[in-house]
Design a protein around this ligand. Structure first.
Ligand code: SAM
Length: 214
């Protein structure tokens, strides 16, 4: 099925992007952790403690990208996190070093930070775009959890078909990390996930931002 490129009435970076990102950067977000996210974290945490390296596939959907990452990092534990039970139920034949868990990312990132996790690689493949200007705070860089996401370190990669998302994400990284975060347009020769495949087949331009966090 042909899919549509996100359409937004927003022209350019959101006018409140900098203010929002910096406000979250200077505050600590206190929303209570949901019980099911805590439970999912508690189940995976002992395995993570024993792992020699950690890779997090945030919003992993049906786990196809989690499988790719696990094959690319055979010495690491690769954890796919998604809130959708329905999608996770379709994650099958995962490699031995991969797990998928059902949790809210905004909880899981905070728990991982509190536990002192440092990731080797952290992927955000095709997060929901939230194209309406009023939804800035639902885009991960405009969300209060953004500082926790960044604190997990490692090689962080965002992929999206919504160019504004990539541009804003890059700006938010630059604002908080004082480093350049280039937005690169790319062609997915061998799609890593169902959404990447769907967007490629629909002829969308794809964008990525890669940053090495310390
Ligand atoms: C557009 S899909 C992309 C899925 C997959 N990464 C891919 O590329 O095929 C976005 C995914 O993020 C998940 N998601 C969205 N918001 C989330 C949240 N707050 N916590 C956990 N998962 C979330 C959705 O359930 C969905 O599977």
């Amino acid at each position: 099925m042909v899919s549509r490129i996100p359409v937004s009435s927003q022209q350019g970076l959101h006018p409140r992007l900098e203010q929002t990102v910096l406000h979250h950067w200077r505050s600590s977000w206190q929303q209570p952790i949901r019980a099911h996210s805590q439970q999912a974290f508690d189940q995976i945490a002992p395995l993570a403690e024993r792992a020699s390296a950690l890779v997090l596939d945030a919003g992993c959907g049906v786990g196809e990208s989690t499988t790719h990452l696990a094959r690319r990092h055979p010495d690491a534990l690769v954890i796919g996190v998604d809130k959708s039970m329905h999608r996770l139920a379709r994650a099958r034949d995962l490699p031995d070093n991969a797990r998928v868990v059902r949790a809210e990312l905004s909880d899981f990132w905070r728990l991982a930070r509190q536990a002192g996790w440092q990731l080797r690689e952290h992927t955000l493949y095709y997060p929901n775009p939230w194209p309406k200007p009023g939804h800035l705070c639902r885009r991960w860089h405009g969300h209060p959890v953004f500082p926790d996401l960044l604190a997990l370190g490692g090689r962080l990669e965002l992929r999206t078909n919504f160019k504004l998302y990539a541009l804003e994400f890059s700006r938010a990284v630059e604002l908080t990390q004082s480093m350049r975060a280039e937005v690169v347009s790319f062609h997915a020769v061998d799609p890593i996930s169902p959404f990447e495949r769907k967007y490629s087949l629909s002829g969308h331009s794809l964008y990525r931002v890669i940053v090495n966090l310390h």
